[in-house]
Design a protein around this ligand. Structure first.
Ligand SMILES: *Cc1c(COP(=O)(O)O)cnc(C)c1O
Length: 383
């Protein structure tokens, strides 16, 4: 890209390209190499060994920075590798305040890997300023926000929450569900944005990849040192796939949002559906905040069936024909899952019910198919 582009679609299409002056290749080549020839010891063309730097990954990291409006981007082998890189900034005794309905994989890493090493995690309702105030202390080093959350689609006021913690606390927003097309955490006061690029950024359910985007140079230097030292980097093929996916992010998100709106309206009117959790519905408790901080309401929704029986949920999931029963989200195809028996099965029942993850709760990642086919599929599965 020769000129600074102002609008998201243009940035997305051109992000990270123009990386190959040697050949003029319009699309970034897949540099499937681990090492780079040196002219004399230490004298090279900017690349030495692919754990430190690889040109395809460099293009993706540039693209990551551009789409989030950040100064720097880093690409990892998965969203969890990106999260891991961030937590490695901390030392024993340090504390992290997180949202209480955190992504399950982040919760597992925090509690099973890092809590035993002496890092302390507080899981609280970040929408409650008193609870946040009570958890804050001189050992607080990091604030970890998700919005909308998984699978209950809770919405948190990112700007207000970031403003409630001291400047020296690193404010992280996991922007996986919203994507930079819909929500811009760095403009709302966040220091670092995290993505599971596996989901909407790559967008085609064909790669596992992660991202960090940020503006602060010192923090970037520390994160880059961790990335090259610990090695959780994205490979060239995966970087290429994600670069390709990014070019259509805005188009896909528009259709995801439109379809989710139509599917949510259908479900809300269905006699067998008890509740629909979608920030785009005016009845959703986070609707007004979502309207303020998001461009549109996203492609994720959850719903509960009348009577809240596990068997009814399972029956529906076994009967869908176009929608695929699978974990993950954010792909072009619609994916449906049952948190109680799949992603959240390890949570004790009483705790799970108390958290709102009831027996019939079904999560739907609405894809970019034709909405009427998705609605017809749900209609026959609910019959
Ligand atoms: C999937 C996901 C992650 C983890 O990303 P991986 O690419 O699976 O490692 C983190 N946060 C959220 C919100 C996710 O959905």
């Amino acid at each position: 890209m020769k000129k600074e582009a102002q609008n998201f679609g243009t940035i997305a299409v051109h992000s990270g390209t123009g990386a190959d002056p040697a050949t003029g290749a319009v699309m970034t080549p897949i540099y499937q190499t681990s090492t780079f020839e040196q002219e004399s010891p230490g004298k090279n063309k900017g690349y030495e060994y692919a754990r430190s730097k690889n040109p395809t990954r460099t293009s993706l990291e540039t693209a990551f920075a551009q789409i989030e409006g950040a100064g720097y981007g880093l690409a990892f082998g998965s969203g969890m590798a990106a999260a891991d890189n961030l937590i490695k900034l901390l030392r024993p005794g340090d504390e992290v305040i997180c949202t209480n309905d955190l992504y399950g994989g982040s919760y597992r890493m925090f509690m099973q890997v890092y809590a035993p090493m002496g890092i302390r995690f507080h899981f609280i309702d970040l929408g409650d300023p008193t609870a946040l105030q009570a958890a804050l202390n001189e050992k607080t080093r990091m604030l970890w926000i998700e919005s909308p959350t998984n699978p209950l689609l809770r919405v948190l006021d990112i700007a207000a929450t970031c403003a409630r913690v001291p400047a020296e606390v690193i404010k992280v927003v996991d922007n996986t569900f919203a994507t930079p097309y819909l929500q811009r955490p760095l403009e709302l006061g966040a220091d670092v944005v995290l993505h599971s690029g596996t989901k909407y950024l790559a967008g085609h359910s064909d790669v596992v990849i992660g991202a960090l985007m940020l503006n602060d140079k010192d923090l970037y230097d520390r994160l880059y040192l961790l990335q090259k030292s610990c090695g959780g980097v994205a490979g060239p093929m995966d970087s290429f796939l994600c670069l390709r996916g990014l070019k259509t992010l805005h188009l896909r998100m528009e259709r995801h949002c439109q379809n989710a709106r139509e599917v949510a309206a259908f479900l809300q009117g269905h006699p067998r559906v008890a509740t629909v959790l979608y920030p785009g519905l005016t009845t959703h408790p986070g609707h007004e905040i979502a309207k303020k901080q998001m461009r549109d309401f996203g492609g994720m929704l959850s719903f509960r069936l009348v009577g809240d029986h596990t068997a009814d949920a399972i029956r529906l999931l076994e009967r869908v024909q176009i929608i695929t029963l699978a974990e993950s989200l954010g792909g072009v195809e619609s994916l449906i899952s049952h948190p109680a028996t799949m992603t959240h099965a390890s949570i004790p029942e009483a705790e799970r019910l108390k958290a709102g993850l009831t027996n019939s709760l079904i999560r739907l990642s609405v894809g970019i198919e034709d909405a009427k086919d998705l609605i017809a599929d749900l209609q026959q599965a609910l019959a």
